[in-house]
Write a protein that binds this ligand. Structure first.
Ligand SMILES: [Zn+2]
Length: 452
């Protein structure tokens, strides 16, 4: 069994990292010990390697803005959040070679390695999102602005950087003993759907407002004719409402043998919340249950500010669906780290999928495996898994279809490279209406790509 000897500070963070990295991600057993030391020593029989420790050595409390790096080093293309690209090969306690630029280091029988990267600190930075606790600029919905996140400042948000660190670490482990084998992850496409609105044609008044806009504001008579047809065909049940896509999603998921997760918005506390009669959900919920797909909660706009709202939303959905709800994603991806997640755990949610960018495709956590969330205020691992969101449809709205497709496929290739989870959010409202018209076929093209 691998032996990890770690510095005796930040023990809870280090325990969390060892469980996540070694047990959950790599699937190898280890024994963890703490002693007074500055770095991490990882050994097997009489071979070892040393990992630098920058984050926890320099910051007794890392919840200060100085702990966020101003500059970063690189090893080949991989950005190093903490530490530097500096390596030593050690034999009989003597340094026999100093180098930078290793990624796949290989040493002889009596040689050991010192690695200047703080792999633990860098992975902790990405997964815990403590960075977001320290950013104090917000957008119009009071969400942390992504422009201030390190991955965006240094342009590595489309890299699954945690997995790049894992590859470096795995290579170091193979130097301890080449017969180690790691957990076999499989690429998984996870389609998820936030149901913010149940119907496009909510009522007659909405139809009249749209019609007036087409006729008098835009003077677009062709569009007005289209909307009249759509409204009346839906009313006389000759056509489905443009947002009535739950059956469609179920069928698409079944084509590729996966389960969809539907997150339902049921809170009605402000104008960003559910705008439909909740009783109408019943038939969709029955269908989802019958087909074995997943019903999750989409906690309403103000839920991250008030745990009672969150609790109330969950109770409403549990009552209507007659189902225990354990999956959740925040509406508008509005959350506060770590408080929203502490609240989610306390009401019995076991799975969240809110860690995705609101304005671009990519890896907000640098990771495409599920992992447990760490509460860095109370220094405690939460019993709550994060399934990082990689693509949300809303981020492509201003792109043309080819560019959108390219971005989505590129990031999916990155997920495939690490046999990770491609969690995609496609709303039922992102097909036929307004700017979504040009993306009518895109969802099914993504499904075709997954089939390949
Ligand atoms: Zn939403």
């Amino acid at each position: 069994m691998i032996k990890i000897v770690a510095p005796n500070t930040h023990k809870e963070e280090i325990r969390y990292l060892c469980e996540t990295i070694f047990k959950d991600f790599l699937g190898i057993e280890y024994n963890l010990f703490f002693e007074k030391r500055g770095n991490y020593k990882i050994s097997f029989n009489d071979k070892y390697f040393i990992l630098e420790n920058v984050l926890f050595k320099n910051y007794e409390s890392y919840l200060v803005s100085e702990s966020i790096p101003k500059e970063i080093d690189y090893i080949e293309e991989t950005p190093i959040i903490y530490g530097k690209n500096y390596w030593e090969i050690i034999s009989d306690n003597n340094i026999i070679e100093e180098k930078n630029c290793y990624k796949k280091i290989k040493v002889g029988i009596n040689e050991n390695i010192y690695c200047g990267l703080d792999i633990f600190g860098s992975i902790f930075f990405m997964l815990s999102r403590f960075e977001e606790f320290l950013i104090s600029s917000y957008d119009q919905f009071n969400r942390v602005t992504s422009q201030n996140m390190l991955s965006i400042k240094f342009g590595f948000e489309k890299k699954a950087v945690v997995h790049e660190y894992l590859e470096i670490l795995w290579n170091l482990i193979l130097n301890l003993d080449s017969s180690f084998s790691k957990k076999d992850h499989k690429f998984k496409f996870i389609p998820t759907h936030d149901i913010d609105h149940l119907y496009f044609w909510k009522d007659y008044n909405f139809f009249i407002t749209r019609l007036k806009k087409c006729l008098f504001k835009y003077k677009n008579f062709k569009q007005a004719y289209k909307e009249i047809c759509s409204y009346f065909l839906v009313r006389i049940k000759l056509k489905k409402d443009p947002y009535d896509k739950i059956d469609y999603f179920i069928n698409k998921s079944e084509e590729i043998g996966v389960k969809s997760i539907f997150y339902f918005l049921v809170g009605q506390h402000c104008d960003k919340d559910a705008d439909f009669d909740l009783k109408k959900l019943k038939r969709y919920l029955e269908k989802i249950k019958e087909k074995g797909h997943v019903i999750g909660l989409h906690p309403s706009f103000l839920s991250c500010e008030d745990i009672n709202i969150l609790k109330n939303d969950k109770e409403i959905l549990e009552n209507i669906s007659q189902n225990k709800i354990t999956f959740s994603r925040q509406h508008y991806l509005r959350f506060n780290v770590p408080h929203t997640f502490i609240d989610l755990e306390s009401i019995g949610i076991l799975n969240d999928s809110s860690f995705g960018f609101t304005d671009r495709v990519g890896f907000r956590t640098g990771c495409c495996y599920s992992y447990k969330i760490f509460d860095f205020i109370n220094k405690k691992t939460l019993n709550l898994y994060e399934h990082p969101l990689i693509v949300m449809d809303g981020v492509i709205i201003e792109m043309n279809k080819e560019k959108a497709k390219k971005e989505i496929f590129e990031v999916m290739d990155e997920v495939k490279k690490y046999n990770g989870q491609m969690v995609i959010l496609w709303h039922n409202s992102s097909f036929e209406v307004d700017k979504w018209e040009k993306f009518q076929e895109l969802y099914s093209e993504i499904i075709e790509e997954v089939k390949k």
